[in-house]
Design a protein around this ligand. Structure first.
Ligand code: PBG
Length: 324
């Protein structure tokens, strides 16, 4: 049926019609708020590359988490900025580590807020790579044990879910086995399964002080040119026992989200990363775009592509927008 019999505008003529035929909805349930924990008291260091975000000492981190929880946001994702770095990233898996501390306090003060912990070494290693380094090489197999140790120490601190972001091969199985052996069979793994080697992480690396000190991450993170490889990566993680699959970044990789949605039946998370956030904030500040509208359009687009949940620095702002 063609025009004039068919008139798609009929169902767009008023808000009620538009609401009735809307295919995708965005709710506060979709959001996970990333937070940066640092040692100290009363610390709130602005992250200049990510306006509105801070490195927070645990007391202030609890305040922000309370605000998020009050708005109905179900979960936070914790990143740590350790006091000291070394070649083995020791601070990532010590009992007194910053993420472990923040997790214990959060679970004490806000027991119903889901705490997801990022499992990686790059913030904790002096060379800034996500694995152990042997000369110029990132040693995959030697890293697995440390990642599993990190995940275990986070679970012991009370983490509700662990999220490996290192992109070493075999880490999901290693973490699953270690958690199971230690009676953490109920702690799910959200795997950063299709994580691309992206310049969109730039603002985060300034926030977390995690830039590699030599080379780059191209030997472990994925080539932005590849889509079939994402299917293989995701399939492996599913077989290794992942509970939730993540695609990262989100906006430049919505085709991957869409494709993975068709391939697998696990929940999909998309990470609306720091660079995506920074671009919108910068253009809004220049007066070139309406930041709030672009934020909401971005988030609904990520849902429309097939994501079930979104890690986003906009979580609080978007939740406020949805509430109002
Ligand atoms: C650590 C990690 C990174 C991000 C999340 N976990 C940085 C990286 O891989 O270099 C990026 C998050 C963001 O940009 O918002 N491996």
């Amino acid at each position: 049926m063609l025009f004039p019999d068919s008139r798609p505008r009929r169902l767009r003529q008023n808000d009620a019609f538009r609401r009735m035929v809307r295919e995708t909805t965005l709710t506060v349930d979709d959001f996970i708020l990333p937070l940066f924990a640092i040692k100290g008291k009363g610390v709130k260091n602005p992250i200049h590359t990510m306006p509105g975000h801070y490195q927070l000492s645990v007391d202030n981190l609890v305040k922000t988490a309370k605000k998020a929880y009050g708005l109905g946001i179900p979960a936070v994702m914790l990143f740590g900025i350790p006091e000291k770095k070394d070649p083995l990233g020791t601070s990532a898996y010590t009992k007194g580590g910053i993420v472990q501390k923040a997790t214990r306090t959060l679970k004490d003060k806000l027991p119903d807020l889901v705490v997801i912990t990022d499992v990686c070494l790059c913030q904790y290693t002096d060379h800034g790579h996500c694995g152990i380094v042997d000369g110029q090489i990132i040693d995959n197999d030697a890293t697995l044990d440390l990642l599993a140790k990190t995940a275990l120490s986070q679970a012991q601190a009370g983490a509700d879910m662990v999220a490996p972001s290192d992109m070493m091969d075999g880490r999901v199985a290693e973490i699953r086995n270690t958690l199971d052996e230690n009676d953490f069979t109920n702690v799910p793994i959200m795997s950063y399964a299709a994580k691309y080697c992206s310049a969109f992480y730039g603002p985060f690396r300034a926030a977390a002080d995690s830039a590699p000190q030599f080379g780059d991450r191209r030997t472990y993170q994925m080539d932005p040119a590849n889509a079939l490889e994402a299917v293989r990566e995701v399939t492996l993680d599913v077989e290794e026992g992942a509970d939730i699959i993540m695609v990262k970044p989100a906006l430049p990789y919505l085709d991957i989200v869409c494709r993975i949605r068709e391939e697998i039946d696990l929940p999909i998370a998309a990470y609306n990363v720091s660079g995506e956030y920074a671009m919108i904030k910068a253009a809004d500040k220049m007066g070139w775009i309406d930041g709030k509208k672009v934020m909401m359009e971005t988030l609904i687009s990520i849902k429309r592509a097939g994501a079930d949940m979104i890690l986003t620095y906009f979580a609080i702002e978007a939740a406020e927008e949805l509430r109002d």
